[in-house]
Design a binder for this molecule. Structure first.
Ligand code: SAM
Length: 315
């Protein structure tokens, strides 16, 4: 298989050949230079899907596994962002992989949810919509300009069950232990799955050192996320990285720390472009239950992503 006609770091590609199956690696290379469809979600907290769809003069296709979410050709993305629906927070452009993460969290109206790494808020808003604005969401973001963007997106979308906190998520467990029904940890990561051939800066600073730096941060965050869960509560851990050090190794770290009090749960997956989690990487061997986690393989519809679901087993 020929590498893509841009200079992705050779060490990154080499690692990817060990992470992905040969077919999935070939798919990664095939879609890297091609344009993905644009996906968006209609915010039913503000407007009904019929009111938007009746007026949008675009080639809209529903995403069959996500209510109120649609694809448009990428050439029409600009037209979409020029509508008042977009500027009024009635639609939100979001990758389909990210839509799946909020669905996998499976939030219910009335629950108390923690979004531990929330800005700019795409998943927070989707969760608020799934909860019909009933219950409570605590959304955490420590980086100030990102925090203000989060706040403005939440206000614009009318997601009034969200309380925002400009705080470090890794310290939160000391303040609100065993409090939440569900936690989403969409962790800061090396963003390998967001490398963009039109923006070489997106991969210019990739390094294994950066992956290990993220690994240290992610361990602190997942520890905090699990401590914040009630018995019986569940966690979605996800990243837009392919690196096992940021994915399976973090789940293994949680299993080592919390032992039999947590379990990795299977995900109900409504598409077939994924690979199950690895059970070993280099010299590290992971628990068999890591096959319940998934790595979404990028295609014309979705970006790459890793998702794991954990549950705190009631005593
Ligand atoms: N969930 C967001 C969404 O769907 O719009 C995207 C989250 S992004 C992948 C990860 C976020 O984690 C970034 O905004 C980053 O600033 C934030 N972050 C970095 N360090 C953090 C920490 N210690 N605690 C909480 N969030 C952190």
């Amino acid at each position: 298989m020929n590498p893509p006609d841009i200079s992705l770091p050779p060490a990154f590609l080499q690692r990817l050949t060990a992470i992905l199956s040969p077919e999935n690696y070939a798919q990664f290379l095939r879609v890297f230079n091609s344009e993905r469809l644009t996906s968006f979600r209609i915010n039913t907290l503000k407007i009904s899907p019929d009111a938007v769809l009746g007026k949008l003069d675009l080639d809209v296709t529903p995403i069959d596994w996500c209510q109120n979410a649609y694809y448009v050709p990428t050439a029409q993305k600009r037209l979409l962002t020029q509508t008042s629906y977009f500027s009024e927070g009635e639609i939100y452009i979001q990758n389909a992989s990210s839509l799946f993460a909020s669905l996998a969290l499976d939030p219910n109206p009335g629950e108390e949810i923690l979004d531990l790494a929330a800005a700019p808020g795409g998943k927070t808003l989707h969760i608020a919509d799934l909860m019909h604005n009933q219950g409570r969401i605590a959304a955490i973001e420590p980086v100030r300009d990102r925090f203000f963007k989060l706040r403005s997106n939440i206000n614009l979308a009318g997601a009034n069950i969200v309380a925002t906190y400009c705080k470090d998520g890794s310290a939160l467990w000391r303040v609100v232990p065993a409090r939440f029904d569900r936690v989403l940890l969409d962790a800061p990561c090396s963003a390998e799955a967001r490398f963009d051939p039109k923006d070489p800066k997106s991969f210019a600073f990739w390094s294994e050192k950066k992956i290990l730096e993220m690994n240290r941060k992610q361990k602190k965050l997942i520890y905090s996320a699990i401590k914040c869960l009630k018995p019986g509560g569940s966690l979605i851990y996800c990243t837009c990285s392919y690196a096992p050090e940021e994915n399976e190794a973090i789940i293994q770290y949680a299993l080592d720390k919390f032992g039999k009090s947590i379990e990795v749960q299977p995900l109900a997956i409504p598409f077939d472009n994924y690979q199950t989690g690895l059970t070993h990487w280099h010299k590290e061997v992971f628990d068999e239950s890591l096959v319940n986690t998934i790595r979404i393989i990028p295609n014309e519809l979705m970006a790459g992503f890793y998702i794991a679901k954990l549950r705190v087993i009631p005593a």
